[in-house]
Design a protein around this ligand. Structure first.
Ligand SMILES: *Cc1c(COP(=O)(O)O)cnc(C)c1O
Length: 400
């Protein structure tokens, strides 16, 4: 059991170690102490929430190079509200009319290869505003003339997604996408939920930028919206409309400001060095184990973060990548790896969310489970498709 706190034990939860990344399903991130402190301090106090949002606007402006900003429930909420803001402008009657978009521009153009999901389909975040999604191009190829041809007098916004979830080739870069949108007078909303670069996307043409507070920033669960002041205002005003159900509390607004300020002061080089030491440790521990290959790989969207890719040869290791991931997740302590591509025969270890000492435990657990697999000598008990089906069955049985 962890020496840090026994809260998980008290709550009857497993003491998981997360090497999968900043996952909502695992509690999003290790929240930085500055955000924890201010959240607990503000919780018992009355505050004027829109004034707190004004403070957030200043912090977001400074950190992201935006003119203004505010905090909402999540990046997903930010996408819905940003689209709504582009549809209604600052018109309160229109804001109350949504999601009925009668009389408003209500189409959102998006490259088909960006129509991803992050636990829910992004297309649904668009529809929640009362808009419809207009895909551009095909999954692996989208071009400027195709975007131009999809923009009509009904187009409210152009949505651009930066994420490892999108197709990683054949898409228009943001500057090309934004130039076409701007030529037609259409604002560009950029979903940057998981990106470290807080400033660069405005320069590339984003009018509204959306980040998660609870990913690399280590803030409380929240979404950050920044951008041109008039668009941010129209987006903020959705709090009197569809945004009411996406409400964020004072603790998350104050916590997000604190996380942004902590980000400014963070020892980024020191953190990278620590993460590198975890990666080196894993490479060393897994070298020479038959059937597995450990490779350090860069982040696919150029965030300053490397991960360890562990490729598993089921013939030699006597276990498949997904079964190894399951063994790690079900053993003690449970280790949750980054396994969304496991059907291709590998998973990853993400070093960015570890408490001291956990990298060693992860190494021990992997070595142990590979040894057990060798002893059992029964390669592939179940296919990846069976595993996936079982996961959905389990979800559908909730709360059982
Ligand atoms: C995580 C993520 C989201 C959702 O962010 P939340 O703040 O959890 O709602 C949206 N888009 C991308 C690209 C993401 O990575």
């Amino acid at each position: 059991m962890s020496k840090r706190s026994d809260v998980r034990q008290r709550l009857g939860l497993r003491p998981i170690i997360n090497v999968s990344g900043t996952m909502t399903a695992l509690g999003a991130s290790i929240v930085v102490p500055e955000a924890v402190k201010v959240a607990s301090e503000v919780l018992p106090e009355w505050v004027e929430v829109n004034d707190l949002h004004r403070k957030a606007s200043k912090a977001i402006a400074r950190l992201t190079g935006s003119e203004a900003g505010f905090v909402t429930a999540s990046a997903s909420a930010g996408i819905t509200l940003a689209i709504a803001g582009c549809m209604t402008g600052p018109d309160l009657a229109r804001i109350e009319q949504l999601p009925d978009a009668t009389g408003m521009r209500n189409e959102v153009v998006i490259q088909m290869g960006h129509m991803t999901g992050y636990g829910a389909p992004i297309e649904q975040a668009i529809r929640l505003a009362g808009a419809t999604c207009v895909p551009v191009g095909n999954v692996t190829d989208a071009r400027a003339y195709q975007l131009a041809s999809k923009i009509t007098e009904k187009t409210a916004a152009a949505l651009y997604v930066v994420s490892h979830h999108t197709v990683q080739y054949g898409q228009m870069p943001l500057d090309v996408f934004a130039r076409v949108a701007h030529d037609h007078g259409v604002p560009v909303v950029a979903d940057l939920a998981s990106e470290y670069d807080l400033k660069g996307f405005h320069a590339a043409g984003a009018d509204l930028v959306i980040y998660s507070a609870h990913k690399f920033l280590g803030g409380p669960t929240a979404g950050i919206v920044g951008g041109k002041k008039n668009l941010v205002r129209s987006t903020f005003l959705q709090n009197s409309g569809i945004g009411r159900g996406m409400k964020v509390g004072k603790e998350s607004i104050a916590g997000t400001i604190a996380a942004l300020e902590a980000w400014e002061k963070r020892d980024h080089a020191g953190i990278r060095k620590t993460e590198k030491s975890y990666l080196d440790l894993w490479v060393k521990r897994f070298a020479g184990i038959e059937g597995v290959t450990a490779t350090i790989i860069p982040d696919p969207t150029n965030n300053p973060l490397d991960r360890l890719m562990l490729t598993v040869d089921p013939e030699k290791a006597r276990i498949t990548a997904w079964e190894l991931a399951d063994q790690l997740a079900s053993g003690s302590p449970p280790v949750i790896v980054r396994d969304h591509e496991a059907e291709q025969g590998f998973f990853q270890l993400d070093p960015c969310n570890l408490h001291p000492g956990e990298a060693e435990v992860v190494a021990d657990r992997v070595v142990h489970e590979l040894g057990e697999a060798r002893k059992r000598n029964r390669p592939q008990q179940y296919s990846h498709a069976e595993r996936k089906a079982r996961r959905f069955e389990r979800l559908l049985r909730w709360p059982d």
